[in-house]
Write a protein of this length. Structure first.
Length: 348
Protein backbone atom coordinates (compact mmCIF):
# COMPACT_ATOMS: atom_id res chain seq x y z
CA UNK A 1 0.00 0.00 0.00
CA UNK A 2 1.02 3.62 -0.46
CA UNK A 3 1.18 6.18 2.33
CA UNK A 4 1.65 9.94 2.22
CA UNK A 5 5.20 10.73 3.28
CA UNK A 6 4.04 13.58 5.54
CA UNK A 7 1.87 11.09 7.50
CA UNK A 8 4.80 8.79 8.38
CA UNK A 9 6.27 9.42 11.85
CA UNK A 10 10.02 9.08 12.45
CA UNK A 11 10.73 8.27 16.08
CA UNK A 12 13.90 7.26 17.95
CA UNK A 13 16.20 5.32 15.65
CA UNK A 14 18.85 2.65 16.36
CA UNK A 15 20.96 3.90 13.45
CA UNK A 16 21.62 7.58 14.12
CA UNK A 17 23.60 8.50 10.99
CA UNK A 18 22.30 8.26 7.46
CA UNK A 19 24.71 8.68 4.54
CA UNK A 20 24.69 9.32 0.78
CA UNK A 21 21.01 10.22 0.40
CA UNK A 22 21.75 11.80 -2.99
CA UNK A 23 23.30 8.58 -4.26
CA UNK A 24 20.31 6.53 -3.16
CA UNK A 25 17.92 9.08 -4.67
CA UNK A 26 19.78 8.75 -7.96
CA UNK A 27 19.36 4.98 -7.87
CA UNK A 28 15.65 5.21 -7.02
CA UNK A 29 15.10 7.73 -9.80
CA UNK A 30 16.80 5.43 -12.28
CA UNK A 31 15.37 2.02 -11.34
CA UNK A 32 12.52 2.76 -8.94
CA UNK A 33 12.00 1.84 -5.30
CA UNK A 34 13.15 -1.77 -5.15
CA UNK A 35 12.40 -2.36 -1.45
CA UNK A 36 9.41 -0.82 0.28
CA UNK A 37 9.72 0.83 3.69
CA UNK A 38 8.14 -0.72 6.81
CA UNK A 39 5.72 0.97 9.21
CA UNK A 40 3.49 -0.13 12.07
CA UNK A 41 -0.27 0.20 12.26
CA UNK A 42 0.06 3.76 13.57
CA UNK A 43 2.27 4.92 10.68
CA UNK A 44 5.46 4.88 12.76
CA UNK A 45 8.51 4.18 10.62
CA UNK A 46 10.12 0.84 11.43
CA UNK A 47 12.82 0.60 8.76
CA UNK A 48 13.73 2.39 5.55
CA UNK A 49 14.70 5.89 6.74
CA UNK A 50 17.25 6.39 3.94
CA UNK A 51 14.69 5.33 1.34
CA UNK A 52 12.12 7.68 2.86
CA UNK A 53 14.54 10.64 2.83
CA UNK A 54 15.65 9.85 -0.72
CA UNK A 55 12.07 9.82 -1.95
CA UNK A 56 11.43 13.12 -0.15
CA UNK A 57 14.44 14.55 -2.00
CA UNK A 58 12.94 13.40 -5.28
CA UNK A 59 9.74 15.28 -4.45
CA UNK A 60 7.53 12.22 -3.99
CA UNK A 61 4.33 12.74 -2.05
CA UNK A 62 3.65 9.05 -1.40
CA UNK A 63 5.78 5.96 -0.84
CA UNK A 64 5.02 2.26 -0.90
CA UNK A 65 4.87 0.69 2.58
CA UNK A 66 4.42 -2.62 4.33
CA UNK A 67 2.82 -2.82 7.76
CA UNK A 68 4.47 -4.92 10.47
CA UNK A 69 3.20 -5.40 14.05
CA UNK A 70 6.68 -5.31 15.58
CA UNK A 71 9.71 -3.05 15.29
CA UNK A 72 11.81 -4.79 12.66
CA UNK A 73 14.60 -2.22 12.36
CA UNK A 74 16.99 -4.28 14.53
CA UNK A 75 16.13 -7.54 12.74
CA UNK A 76 16.68 -6.04 9.30
CA UNK A 77 20.08 -4.54 10.12
CA UNK A 78 21.50 -7.13 12.53
CA UNK A 79 20.72 -10.33 10.66
CA UNK A 80 21.16 -9.38 7.03
CA UNK A 81 24.13 -10.88 5.15
CA UNK A 82 26.63 -8.38 3.82
CA UNK A 83 27.91 -8.67 0.25
CA UNK A 84 31.38 -10.14 -0.16
CA UNK A 85 33.96 -7.89 -1.86
CA UNK A 86 33.53 -9.91 -5.06
CA UNK A 87 29.76 -9.40 -4.97
CA UNK A 88 30.25 -5.69 -4.31
CA UNK A 89 32.51 -5.41 -7.36
CA UNK A 90 29.98 -7.22 -9.55
CA UNK A 91 27.21 -4.91 -8.40
CA UNK A 92 29.29 -1.75 -8.67
CA UNK A 93 30.41 -2.59 -12.20
CA UNK A 94 26.78 -2.72 -13.30
CA UNK A 95 26.07 0.64 -11.69
CA UNK A 96 29.24 2.11 -13.21
CA UNK A 97 28.24 0.98 -16.70
CA UNK A 98 24.77 2.46 -16.27
CA UNK A 99 26.11 5.80 -15.02
CA UNK A 100 28.66 6.05 -17.84
CA UNK A 101 25.95 5.32 -20.41
CA UNK A 102 23.65 7.95 -18.92
CA UNK A 103 26.36 10.60 -18.70
CA UNK A 104 27.37 9.84 -22.29
CA UNK A 105 23.75 10.18 -23.40
CA UNK A 106 23.38 13.43 -21.49
CA UNK A 107 26.50 14.85 -23.12
CA UNK A 108 25.26 13.86 -26.57
CA UNK A 109 22.04 15.79 -25.86
CA UNK A 110 23.92 18.85 -24.72
CA UNK A 111 23.11 18.16 -21.08
CA UNK A 112 19.38 18.15 -21.67
CA UNK A 113 16.74 15.48 -21.54
CA UNK A 114 18.00 13.48 -18.59
CA UNK A 115 17.24 14.36 -14.97
CA UNK A 116 20.43 13.08 -13.39
CA UNK A 117 21.11 14.31 -9.89
CA UNK A 118 24.23 16.46 -9.22
CA UNK A 119 26.14 13.60 -7.60
CA UNK A 120 26.81 12.12 -11.03
CA UNK A 121 28.57 15.30 -12.05
CA UNK A 122 31.03 15.39 -9.12
CA UNK A 123 34.31 13.47 -9.25
CA UNK A 124 35.21 10.30 -11.12
CA UNK A 125 32.53 7.71 -11.82
CA UNK A 126 34.71 5.15 -10.05
CA UNK A 127 34.65 7.14 -6.81
CA UNK A 128 30.92 7.80 -7.05
CA UNK A 129 29.93 4.16 -7.40
CA UNK A 130 32.45 2.96 -4.79
CA UNK A 131 30.94 5.31 -2.23
CA UNK A 132 27.67 3.40 -2.48
CA UNK A 133 29.23 0.50 -0.53
CA UNK A 134 31.45 2.60 1.73
CA UNK A 135 34.60 2.10 -0.34
CA UNK A 136 37.04 4.55 -1.84
CA UNK A 137 37.58 4.43 -5.57
CA UNK A 138 41.05 3.02 -4.94
CA UNK A 139 39.68 0.11 -2.88
CA UNK A 140 37.22 -0.64 -5.68
CA UNK A 141 40.09 -0.78 -8.20
CA UNK A 142 42.13 -3.05 -5.92
CA UNK A 143 39.23 -5.49 -5.51
CA UNK A 144 38.74 -5.57 -9.28
CA UNK A 145 42.44 -6.29 -9.73
CA UNK A 146 42.24 -9.28 -7.37
CA UNK A 147 39.24 -10.68 -9.24
CA UNK A 148 40.85 -10.09 -12.63
CA UNK A 149 43.90 -12.08 -11.49
CA UNK A 150 41.78 -15.24 -11.64
CA UNK A 151 43.50 -16.64 -8.53
CA UNK A 152 40.59 -18.41 -6.92
CA UNK A 153 42.28 -18.94 -3.55
CA UNK A 154 43.13 -15.26 -3.26
CA UNK A 155 39.60 -14.27 -4.25
CA UNK A 156 38.23 -16.73 -1.70
CA UNK A 157 40.52 -15.28 1.00
CA UNK A 158 39.38 -11.74 0.14
CA UNK A 159 35.71 -12.75 0.30
CA UNK A 160 36.11 -14.73 3.50
CA UNK A 161 38.08 -12.10 5.40
CA UNK A 162 36.65 -9.03 3.70
CA UNK A 163 40.21 -7.69 3.39
CA UNK A 164 40.78 -6.20 -0.07
CA UNK A 165 44.19 -4.66 0.70
CA UNK A 166 45.70 -7.91 1.95
CA UNK A 167 44.75 -9.84 -1.19
CA UNK A 168 45.88 -6.96 -3.40
CA UNK A 169 49.33 -6.92 -1.75
CA UNK A 170 49.88 -10.51 -2.81
CA UNK A 171 48.94 -9.67 -6.38
CA UNK A 172 51.43 -6.81 -6.45
CA UNK A 173 54.14 -8.92 -4.83
CA UNK A 174 53.78 -11.65 -7.41
CA UNK A 175 53.83 -9.15 -10.28
CA UNK A 176 56.95 -7.50 -8.92
CA UNK A 177 58.80 -10.75 -8.39
CA UNK A 178 57.90 -12.05 -11.84
CA UNK A 179 59.28 -8.87 -13.42
CA UNK A 180 62.49 -9.30 -11.47
CA UNK A 181 62.90 -12.89 -12.63
CA UNK A 182 62.23 -11.97 -16.24
CA UNK A 183 65.14 -9.55 -16.08
CA UNK A 184 67.78 -11.43 -14.11
CA UNK A 185 71.07 -9.63 -13.62
CA UNK A 186 73.45 -9.90 -16.56
CA UNK A 187 75.93 -12.70 -16.09
CA UNK A 188 78.72 -10.55 -17.55
CA UNK A 189 79.14 -7.27 -15.72
CA UNK A 190 82.25 -5.36 -16.62
CA UNK A 191 84.56 -4.06 -13.95
CA UNK A 192 85.07 -4.44 -10.23
CA UNK A 193 83.08 -2.62 -7.57
CA UNK A 194 83.91 -1.37 -4.11
CA UNK A 195 80.26 -1.22 -3.05
CA UNK A 196 77.56 -3.73 -4.01
CA UNK A 197 73.86 -3.54 -3.06
CA UNK A 198 71.62 -6.59 -3.52
CA UNK A 199 67.84 -6.69 -3.02
CA UNK A 200 66.97 -10.35 -3.68
CA UNK A 201 63.46 -11.61 -4.48
CA UNK A 202 63.47 -14.06 -1.58
CA UNK A 203 61.45 -17.27 -1.82
CA UNK A 204 59.11 -18.07 1.04
CA UNK A 205 59.07 -21.73 2.06
CA UNK A 206 55.56 -21.07 3.39
CA UNK A 207 53.91 -17.78 2.73
CA UNK A 208 52.77 -15.41 5.41
CA UNK A 209 49.07 -16.18 5.19
CA UNK A 210 49.66 -19.76 6.28
CA UNK A 211 48.51 -21.34 3.05
CA UNK A 212 50.17 -22.52 -0.14
CA UNK A 213 49.11 -19.50 -2.19
CA UNK A 214 50.36 -17.74 -4.10
CA UNK A 215 53.42 -19.69 -5.31
CA UNK A 216 55.63 -16.66 -5.71
CA UNK A 217 58.15 -16.78 -8.55
CA UNK A 218 61.05 -15.93 -6.25
CA UNK A 219 64.59 -17.17 -6.07
CA UNK A 220 66.05 -19.71 -3.70
CA UNK A 221 69.38 -18.82 -2.13
CA UNK A 222 71.31 -21.25 -4.33
CA UNK A 223 69.92 -19.56 -7.46
CA UNK A 224 71.24 -16.12 -6.55
CA UNK A 225 73.88 -14.70 -8.85
CA UNK A 226 77.41 -15.22 -7.54
CA UNK A 227 78.82 -11.74 -7.10
CA UNK A 228 82.35 -12.79 -6.15
CA UNK A 229 83.81 -11.97 -9.58
CA UNK A 230 82.47 -8.41 -9.43
CA UNK A 231 83.98 -7.51 -6.08
CA UNK A 232 87.08 -5.46 -5.54
CA UNK A 233 89.72 -6.92 -3.21
CA UNK A 234 88.37 -4.48 -0.64
CA UNK A 235 84.60 -4.26 -0.91
CA UNK A 236 81.45 -3.34 1.01
CA UNK A 237 78.29 -5.39 0.57
CA UNK A 238 74.74 -4.38 1.52
CA UNK A 239 72.10 -7.11 1.41
CA UNK A 240 68.38 -6.40 1.95
CA UNK A 241 66.49 -8.94 4.03
CA UNK A 242 63.13 -9.21 5.73
CA UNK A 243 63.02 -10.48 9.31
CA UNK A 244 62.26 -14.03 8.15
CA UNK A 245 65.31 -14.31 5.89
CA UNK A 246 68.11 -12.99 8.08
CA UNK A 247 69.60 -16.51 8.70
CA UNK A 248 69.60 -17.27 4.96
CA UNK A 249 71.01 -13.85 4.20
CA UNK A 250 73.94 -14.52 6.53
CA UNK A 251 74.63 -17.82 4.76
CA UNK A 252 74.55 -16.03 1.42
CA UNK A 253 77.06 -13.43 2.63
CA UNK A 254 79.41 -16.18 3.73
CA UNK A 255 79.09 -18.06 0.42
CA UNK A 256 80.09 -14.88 -1.41
CA UNK A 257 83.24 -14.54 0.69
CA UNK A 258 82.08 -11.65 2.88
CA UNK A 259 82.30 -11.18 6.62
CA UNK A 260 79.16 -9.95 8.38
CA UNK A 261 79.66 -6.78 10.43
CA UNK A 262 76.35 -5.19 11.39
CA UNK A 263 72.74 -4.62 10.42
CA UNK A 264 70.98 -1.38 9.48
CA UNK A 265 67.26 -1.35 10.19
CA UNK A 266 64.64 0.51 8.20
CA UNK A 267 61.80 1.46 10.58
CA UNK A 268 58.52 1.82 8.69
CA UNK A 269 55.68 4.16 9.70
CA UNK A 270 53.08 1.40 10.14
CA UNK A 271 52.92 -2.32 10.76
CA UNK A 272 52.56 -4.84 7.94
CA UNK A 273 51.80 -8.54 7.73
CA UNK A 274 53.47 -11.36 9.67
CA UNK A 275 52.92 -14.89 10.91
CA UNK A 276 53.88 -14.33 14.57
CA UNK A 277 54.58 -10.62 15.00
CA UNK A 278 53.49 -7.86 12.62
CA UNK A 279 56.48 -6.63 10.64
CA UNK A 280 57.34 -2.95 10.83
CA UNK A 281 61.03 -3.18 9.86
CA UNK A 282 63.31 -4.32 7.07
CA UNK A 283 67.06 -4.76 7.23
CA UNK A 284 70.28 -4.03 5.36
CA UNK A 285 72.98 -6.52 6.32
CA UNK A 286 76.41 -4.92 6.04
CA UNK A 287 79.45 -7.08 5.30
CA UNK A 288 82.99 -6.53 4.05
CA UNK A 289 85.63 -8.27 2.00
CA UNK A 290 89.25 -7.37 2.71
CA UNK A 291 90.05 -4.30 4.80
CA UNK A 292 87.87 -1.28 4.11
CA UNK A 293 86.53 1.04 6.79
CA UNK A 294 83.48 3.24 6.37
CA UNK A 295 83.83 6.79 5.10
CA UNK A 296 81.85 8.15 8.09
CA UNK A 297 81.70 7.08 11.73
CA UNK A 298 78.51 8.87 12.84
CA UNK A 299 75.84 6.87 10.97
CA UNK A 300 73.29 5.13 13.25
CA UNK A 301 72.11 1.57 12.65
CA UNK A 302 68.50 2.55 12.04
CA UNK A 303 66.57 5.07 9.99
CA UNK A 304 62.91 5.94 9.51
CA UNK A 305 61.27 6.28 6.09
CA UNK A 306 57.89 5.85 4.45
CA UNK A 307 56.99 2.98 2.13
CA UNK A 308 57.02 3.38 -1.64
CA UNK A 309 55.72 0.99 -4.28
CA UNK A 310 55.93 -2.72 -3.48
CA UNK A 311 59.55 -3.73 -2.71
CA UNK A 312 60.85 -0.24 -3.55
CA UNK A 313 63.50 0.81 -1.06
CA UNK A 314 63.62 4.33 0.38
CA UNK A 315 65.92 7.06 -0.87
CA UNK A 316 67.37 7.35 2.64
CA UNK A 317 68.99 3.91 2.31
CA UNK A 318 70.96 4.99 -0.78
CA UNK A 319 72.08 8.16 0.98
CA UNK A 320 73.41 6.05 3.86
CA UNK A 321 75.31 3.75 1.49
CA UNK A 322 76.84 6.62 -0.47
CA UNK A 323 77.85 8.34 2.76
CA UNK A 324 79.42 5.20 4.26
CA UNK A 325 80.92 3.41 1.27
CA UNK A 326 82.99 4.02 -1.83
CA UNK A 327 82.38 4.13 -5.59
CA UNK A 328 82.12 2.48 -7.99
CA UNK A 329 78.63 1.28 -6.94
CA UNK A 330 76.75 -1.77 -8.25
CA UNK A 331 73.08 -2.57 -7.55
CA UNK A 332 71.64 -5.98 -8.43
CA UNK A 333 67.87 -6.46 -8.86
CA UNK A 334 67.52 -2.70 -9.13
CA UNK A 335 64.10 -1.04 -9.39
CA UNK A 336 65.28 1.98 -11.37
CA UNK A 337 68.35 3.73 -12.75
CA UNK A 338 70.43 5.82 -10.38
CA UNK A 339 73.12 8.38 -11.14
CA UNK A 340 76.60 7.16 -10.23
CA UNK A 341 75.51 3.51 -10.02
CA UNK A 342 75.64 0.50 -12.30
CA UNK A 343 72.08 -0.81 -12.02
CA UNK A 344 71.35 -4.31 -13.29
CA UNK A 345 68.16 -6.36 -13.50
CA UNK A 346 65.96 -3.30 -13.72
CA UNK A 347 62.24 -3.65 -13.02
CA UNK A 348 60.27 -1.51 -15.47
Amino acid sequence: MNKKIVDIHIGERIRKEIKDILGLATSIQEVGLIHTISIDSENNLLCGLRRLKACELLGWNEIECKIFPLNVEADENLFRQEFTPEEKVNGLERIEERIKAQVSQKESLGGKGLEILPTLEVGATRDIVAKKVGWSGRTYEKAKKVIESGQEKLIDMMNREGNVNKAYRYIKQKEDEQRILQQKPQLEISGKFKTILVDPPWQYDTNVIGRTIPEFATLQVEEMVNIAKYTDDNCHLYLWSTNAFIPKACLLLHSWGFEYKTIITWVKPSIGIGSYFRNSTEHLLFAIKGQLSTRARDIPTHFEATRGEHSEKPEASYQIIECASYPPYLELYARKERNGWKCVGLVT
